[in-house]
Design a protein around this ligand. Structure first.
Ligand SMILES: [Zn+2]
Length: 298
């Protein structure tokens, strides 16, 4: 694990590169519809490690882990809730191995799918589930946890607290925003980028940001809004390779590595501190982003 924290590496204004897609990459490797992606950490660890290693080889400074749906609530759909600790620990360990000692593991923690406002679950139950996941990810070797694609502030805040209270990992929290008809960006629950970022920072997140839901162009306006609301917060961006177009039942993500890379200078100017990819991005996209940053800072 790197000696320096991500935040201190960002301190001197350096921009770091994160990894690309996991979900769509697992599908490329043969994950079938209805199959539990996270179970691959136990059953196909070699394939999972290949994904992580390919992003490191492409130049990523940090990689996520195959634990996005690793909460006990998500695993419950597959009858695997009792394996949450084992799966998350394995997920972090696999990424740790691929990251080596000079790159960070930012272990993925996605939403539980439960909505507090709807009374699906109590705050205590949500906290307990996130706590279990955070403990296991840290034990497996995570440097940071990346609480991501959140849409509700209350769930994100509980996840952040569960991380801050129970482990020493740096805490990243991103939300997914979509463009509304009025041209503003909101999460599914109606939260704006500035509201989301400020709530996450107040709850104790070290790094805030945005992932999924947009290609890299849409991310520029979101980052500008967050930067405006939180002038000093490090901002992480995981952009999709554009918005998917359904072609014959398959989602095709249209943006090429070159197209994404061409927007990197503007995204950096808007205030992004960490740039990586989400759905549809590949190691080629990450390599192009890395090269764009290297020539941008040269
Ligand atoms: Zn995505």
């Amino acid at each position: 694990m790197p000696a320096q924290s991500i935040c201190s590496a960002l301190c001197d204004g350096k921009i770091l590169v994160s990894d690309g897609a996991w979900g769509t990459y697992l599908q490329k490797k043969g994950l079938k519809p209805g199959e539990c992606p996270e179970l691959w950490c136990l059953e196909r660890p070699g394939d999972v490690e290949e994904i992580a290693a390919s992003y490191i080889a492409a130049g990523a400074d940090m990689i996520e882990s195959n634990s996005f749906g690793g909460s006990s609530f998500k695993l419950e759909h597959y009858g695997l809730a009792d394996k949450a600790t084992q799966i998350n620990e394995a997920a972090a360990r696999i990424s740790r191995k691929a990251a080596g000692s000079s790159n960070w593991v930012i272990a993925s923690v996605g939403p539980t799918g439960k909505i507090l406002m709807m009374g699906d679950v109590s705050e205590e139950e949500l906290y307990a589930s996130f706590k279990e996941q955070m403990l296991a990810l840290e034990k497996g070797g995570a440097d940071a946890v990346c609480i991501e694609t959140m849409s509700a502030i209350d769930e994100a805040v509980i996840a952040i607290k569960a991380a801050r209270d129970n482990c020493n990992c740096e805490v990243i929290c991103t939300f997914t925003f979509e463009k509304t008809v009025s041209g503003d960006y909101r999460t599914m629950m109606g939260v704006s980028p500035s509201e989301a970022a400020l709530a996450a920072i107040e709850a104790g997140a070290h790094i805030v940001g945005t992932n999924c839901g947009n290609g890299i162009r849409g991310m520029i306006d979101i980052v500008k809004e967050i930067r405006n609301a939180a002038p000093r917060a490090p901002i992480l961006v995981h952009a999709n390779a554009g918005l998917p177009k359904n072609v014959g039942g398959i989602d095709i993500f249209p943006e090429s590595p070159e197209e994404m890379a061409s927007m990197v200078p503007e995204l950096a100017k808007a205030g992004a501190s960490v740039i990586g990819g989400c759905c549809g991005t590949s190691p080629e996209h990450i390599k192009a982003i890395k090269n764009a940053l290297l020539s941008h800072s040269a």
